[in-house]
Design a protein around this ligand. Structure first.
Ligand SMILES: [Zn+2]
Ligand SMILES: [Zn+2]
Length: 506
């Protein structure tokens, strides 16, 4: 059983409901990278699985943009220090293209998720607070401050301060949260800001001041929305971490049965041991993944086991990921020995519904082709090449191949190791006299003026009587492997001069 189905089952076993709620969220304090995206993806798959069981479900994604601006990250002008302590929704966009700092980073991942056909219901915490949405929860948290402190202190070395409260307050004058707060009972608090401003407010009426602190806000939200599923990363799942305390606070303060909430492992860039982090600069975005992976393949990467660290490759292992995806697709369409788990995995990651299995051109082959076939000829070339193999490509197949070729092109340009780039091979090839003569004959031919097409035909004339093996020899001499793109095209990509030299030297 796929893990997503397993969790969907657990969600439904919580009890009968009109609509099940899957929730996720993040503080938009910087670039949302591929590690952060694992949460969205995990939630999405479980959401899909709940729907598959014939139940109604909603996938909420909440931007924690009412959180404070804590730190100026790399890439943001230093002068933004002056906004520290303000809610992220009130900090301006450093690049001036969005309404706020928060919105800038939100819009990136919203756009990326859209490309993966993932569109949760997005909510903004700042707007929700502004509407007074959480006023009751604020009151409950304040009234039960002592109980909350008791729960949190169980896991702390240093107990929380005497005057600790489960809320923060943004000053109405300077907008920052350097405030001392007093709870006055009911819906009232007073605060005193370091800027000198002080006020007494009813937080049902003045809604841009009070926010609930993270460890309390999380369970408060579960209770408010009736959340049934929310996975979270390893960083929240340590002993006494925010998950542990959220579970207790959910039960004991908000009287809510906490959601099914598995842990997922981190995502690393292959070859890196350290966790991705914006401050270290070793992050990759979903957009970067989408440059070299098709949308469905990106989804495929995230559908892996939750308890396994995903190493996202940008190196030669890209081939393996594509091959695994293609195999999974063939299994789904019954073209390979069936495997229920893989079949289900494909069902979860597919975006389009194909009637029959698309005829795929492998990524590795496209890596070669994009280096030798001009883009305008690629479609025809692939069609012919596949026909020669007895495979008739229809328009959809060809479009898929062209889409994949664009990923291959980008990969060659940005990530491919040198040995993948088309270049003369250094290896020694054992050849017999007859083959040596054949190569010399081709070299002579290359000295004459002729088009690539003509060249192809005439080389074919030389090769045919010598047998298929000779063809392989030519490829081996040129690029160190037994096959490759059309020979004349390959020769022109390498350069005729270089090929002549190579053939005559043997
Ligand atoms: Zn912007
Ligand atoms: Zn102030």
């Amino acid at each position: 059983m796929h893990w997503a189905d397993n969790f969907a089952k657990q969600v439904i076993e919580r009890g009968s409901k009109e609509e099940y709620i899957v929730e996720s969220g993040i503080t938009p304090s910087g670039v949302v990278h591929i590690g952060n995206a694992r949460e969205i993806m995990t939630q999405y798959f479980v959401y899909q699985s709940i729907l598959k069981l014939g139940k109604k479900a909603k996938f909420l994604y909440i931007w924690d943009d009412f959180d404070r601006f804590r730190k100026v990250p790399k890439g943001v002008p230093e002068e933004f220090e002056k906004y520290l302590g303000m809610p992220l929704s009130a900090v301006p966009d450093p690049w001036g293209c969005h309404n706020s700092y928060a919105e800038h980073f939100e819009s990136m991942i919203i756009h990326e998720m859209k490309q993966l056909s993932i569109e949760p219901v997005y909510l903004r915490a700042a707007e929700l607070y502004q509407k007074g949405t959480f006023a009751e929860n604020i009151k409950i948290a304040l009234e039960k401050t002592e109980k909350i402190k008791e729960i949190l202190n169980k896991f702390r070395k240093e107990p929380l301060a005497e005057d600790w409260l489960p809320i923060g307050a943004y000053c109405e004058s300077c907008g920052k949260d350097f405030t001392k707060i007093k709870y006055l009972g009911g819906y009232k608090i007073s605060y005193k800001c370091s800027c000198g401003n002080e006020n007494e407010i009813d937080f049902r009426e003045v809604t841009n001041v009070v926010n609930i602190k993270w460890r309390v806000d999380w369970p408060a939200r579960w209770a408010y929305y009736g959340v049934d599923f929310e996975s979270s990363g390893k960083d929240h799942k340590s002993q006494g971490g925010s998950w542990d305390t959220a579970v207790l606070i959910s039960k004991e303060i908000f009287d809510y049965n906490p959601p099914v909430g598995p842990m997922y492992e981190f995502i690393h860039l292959k070859g890196q041991k350290e966790k991705m982090s914006s401050s270290k600069g070793n992050i990759a975005t979903v957009s970067q993944l989408l440059e070299i992976y098709e949308s469905e393949v990106v989804r495929f990467i995230y559908a892996q086991r939750l308890n396994k660290t995903i190493f996202v490759p940008f190196d030669m292992d890209v081939y393996n990921i594509y091959n695994e995806f293609d195999k999974c697709e063939r299994i789904y369409f019954g073209l390979e020995e069936t495997d229920d788990d893989l079949k289900r995995k494909y069902e979860l990651v597919k975006i389009k519904d194909y009637k029959i299995c698309p005829k795929r051109v492998s990524f590795s082959e496209l890596v070669l082709l994009v280096q030798v076939v001009p883009p305008t000829e690629l479609k025809n070339y692939i069609s012919k090449m596949m026909k020669e193999r007895g495979i008739e490509m229809d328009e959809t197949d060809l479009e898929l191949a062209i889409e994949r070729s664009k990923k291959a092109e980008c990969w060659v340009e940005k990530y491919a190791p040198e040995n993948v780039k088309i270049q003369l091979a250094d290896n020694k090839v054992e050849i017999i006299e007859d083959q040596r003569e054949g190569l010399k004959e081709i070299a002579e031919l290359l000295k004459k003026e002729c088009s690539t097409d003509e060249l192809q035909q005439r080389i074919f004339g030389i090769v045919k009587p010598k047998g298929k093996e000779f063809f392989q020899i030519i490829y081996q001499v040129l690029i160190g492997r037994k096959q490759g793109p059309r020979i004349a095209m390959l020769i022109d990509a390498i350069g005729r001069e270089k090929v002549i030299e190579r053939f005559e030297r043997l």
